[in-house]
Design a binder for this molecule. Structure first.
Ligand SMILES: [Zn+2]
Ligand SMILES: [Zn+2]
Length: 390
């Protein structure tokens, strides 16, 4: 079963929703208008339950199949935009300067709404589908907020599936991999305390700028000399702030950055060594280093059985040649990872073709991908919850 006929008919409608969302981007948890739009649509489709306010502004719709009781399967879309000035030049470009749907979450939301409409019309399955619309994917851990509000238990969700668009992957293609798919993303801030002085009397100072410079260099050895080359690790110092005047050695310097990993043991190791290297390098210069390490999104880990199943479904929609199963992991992060920590499931990439890259100001979701995305959701629901199965 390739793209479903009814889904193809829905393309214009879903694209219209997508462009409405694109024009009206909202950030993080502040997705009030978006979640209102989503909840109204779900009610108009006749979803059995529509619940708002889960994880602050998250929305869940429950659609019961017509073939009796069975398991509940969760499909997740994200609703939030980014603090970016859009330059796509499209007629439906953002109306709010400084906010833009530059990650395509407008497309994810619209495609899942399309699937919800189809599934509520047809109900050709046994059990229930939970359509999950989360806020704050872009750094706010909205998925975790929904989980902490009891998302999984409240609706009895047994498995979870997620989807993200991928620019440059051709439209009509999918990509997925088993295991670690996207990185854990942590942040750190290092404050190096020295002693300020006249810049012409360095012997009276403890120069935190020199100590900070050595720390930046020393941190590179955690990746290059201490980590198995086959285990991915990124340590990036992304900011250095210290000093104001050309004739003053400042009292302190602040460094900030990110650590990305694909395995829990690499993450633990990097966290430990980052502090040790920073502190001992500071001491070597007579300074001290205060290290604040904050764990962000965990590794997005695809479960074996559910990944095989996702591949089977994507292959039915797009043809087996259009489904890549051996793609390398991304070092970006994704908060669907929290859902995959709670329930088995899989996160798939859907081709978005010739668009600007994600988080680029010129990016706009490619509506040509809509029938593939909606068909994936619908086929997944009808197959996982088929009356013949189990
Ligand atoms: Zn993003
Ligand atoms: Zn995204």
């Amino acid at each position: 079963m390739p793209v479903i006929n009814r889904v193809a008919e829905m393309q214009d409608q879903v694209a219209e929703w997508r462009r409405h969302l694109h024009q009206n981007p909202e950030l993080l948890y502040d997705v009030h208008e978006t979640s209102k739009f989503v909840a109204e649509k779900l009610r108009s489709f006749g979803c059995d339950i529509v619940e708002t306010g889960i994880g602050k502004t998250g929305v869940v719709g429950i659609i019961k199949g017509s073939q009796g009781d069975g398991p509940v399967i969760g499909f997740r879309a994200d609703m939030d935009a980014l603090p970016i000035f859009e330059t796509s030049g499209k007629a439906w470009a953002s109306r709010t300067p400084g906010k833009a749907h530059s990650c395509g979450h407008d497309g994810h939301t619209a495609m899942l709404l399309g699937a919800a409409q189809y599934l509520a019309e047809t109900r050709n399955f046994k059990g229930s589908v939970a359509v999950i619309f989360q806020p704050a994917e872009e750094g706010g851990a909205g998925a975790l907020a929904m989980i902490n509000d009891g998302l999984m238990e409240k609706f009895g969700i047994r498995q979870v599936y997620g989807m993200h668009n991928e620019p440059r992957l051709p439209v009509g293609n999918f990509a997925i991999r088993k295991g670690s798919t996207m990185a854990a993303a942590d942040t750190f801030e290092i404050t190096i305390h020295g002693r300020g002085s006249h810049a012409a009397q360095p012997h009276l100072s403890i120069d935190p700028i020199l100590a900070a410079s050595h720390i930046v260099v020393a941190l590179q050895s955690i990746v290059s000399r201490e980590t198995d080359p086959l285990k991915s690790l990124v340590v990036t110092v992304a900011s250095i702030h210290g000093g104001e005047a050309n004739n003053v050695i400042p009292a302190f310097v602040k460094l900030g950055g990110t650590v990305r990993t694909l395995l829990p043991e690499t993450r633990d190791f990097a966290e430990k060594r980052l502090a040790e290297v920073a502190q001992s390098t500071a001491i070597a210069h007579g300074a001290t280093a205060e290290v604040a390490y904050r764990r962000g999104y965990p590794v997005t880990f695809n479960h074996d059985g559910e990944t095989d199943f996702a591949v089977e479904i994507a292959s039915r929609v797009a043809g087996p040649k259009a489904v890549a199963t051996d793609v390398p992991p991304h070092m970006g992060a994704e908060d669907f990872s929290y859902m995959l920590e709670k329930r088995p499931g899989a996160f798939i990439f859907i081709g978005n073709g010739d668009t600007a890259s994600l988080h680029n100001a010129a990016y706009d979701f490619n509506d040509e991908a809509i029938p593939y995305g909606v068909s994936y959701w619908v086929t997944l629901a009808e197959t996982a919850l088929s009356a013949q199965a189990a």
